[in-house]
Design a protein around this ligand. Structure first.
Ligand SMILES: Cc1ncc(C[n+]2csc(CCOP(=O)(O)OP(=O)(O)O)c2C)c(N)n1
Ligand SMILES: [Mg+2]
Length: 197
């Protein structure tokens, strides 16, 4: 399955939910898909330009401050670099947090080097033993669509490991605007009835 199709399904089904994206191709694809769906500048997109390993940590911080579902689109390499965040999420146990780990079993952006998920580490099992309420693994987009649709209805925290394949090409790098991203995102939270601020 392609990360592009995973991200597109998330945007098409999660209404106005906050979506936090891993650095590199995940953030670039999120931007391109948002444009394709004519949703730019989707204020609820939070791109973690450069901040490897922090996508789900930031999503946790957002989740505990709103009643909405919050979706973190993370990567295997980044999750492995900050694995402790899964323990913290298991401990805090926000029922509105969904992590979609796009697991291509590699650090794609830096040259397709294999990560530990290409060998013995299974992120869904790591999450389960960290206390996640629901853990899923899928290998094709139809399975993903069903699992994600269900994840929007059930109480989390939820981990969905989506085994993705690389095409060998990355989308064009998109405008990097950390200040605007933060400003728009904060504003959207302040104007939101579901915020616990
Ligand atoms: C602290 C830190 N170390 C290393 C990098 C370099 N780097 C950028 S993207 C990346 C790979 C990320 O892997 P993954 O999360 O699996 O995403 P993928 O590229 O596979 O989509 C690395 C190592 C970085 N940006 N920050
Ligand atoms: Mg990866």
């Amino acid at each position: 399955m392609l990360r592009y199709d995973v991200i597109k399904n998330i945007l098409q089904t999660s209404n106005n939910s906050p979506v936090i994206s891993n650095l590199g191709p995940t953030s670039d694809e999120l931007w391109h898909i948002t444009k394709e769906l004519e949703l730019l500048p989707r204020e609820r997109n939070f791109y973690t330009y450069g901040s490897m390993g922090l996508c789900s940590s930031i999503a946790l911080g957002i989740a505990i401050n709103t009643n909405e579902k919050v979706v973190s689109i993370d990567g295997d390499g980044s999750l492995l670099m900050n694995l402790g965040t899964l323990s913290t999420i298991g401990r805090v146990s926000p029922d509105n947090l969904i992590i979609v780990a796009c697991d291509n079993e590699m650090w794609a952006q830096t040259g397709y080097q294999p990560t530990a998920t290409a060998f013995n580490t299974e992120l869904e099992n790591v999450s389960k033993f960290c206390g996640f309420k629901n853990t899923f693994k899928c290998t094709n987009i139809d399975e993903f669509k069903n699992i994600f649709e269900n994840a929007l209805k059930i109480k989390g925290p939820t981990m969905i490991v989506a085994k993705t394949k690389e095409t060998g090409e990355f989308p064009e790098v998109t405008p990097v605007e950390p200040e605007f991203t933060t400003y728009r995102f904060r504003n959207s939270m302040l104007n939101n009835n579901e915020a616990k601020l």
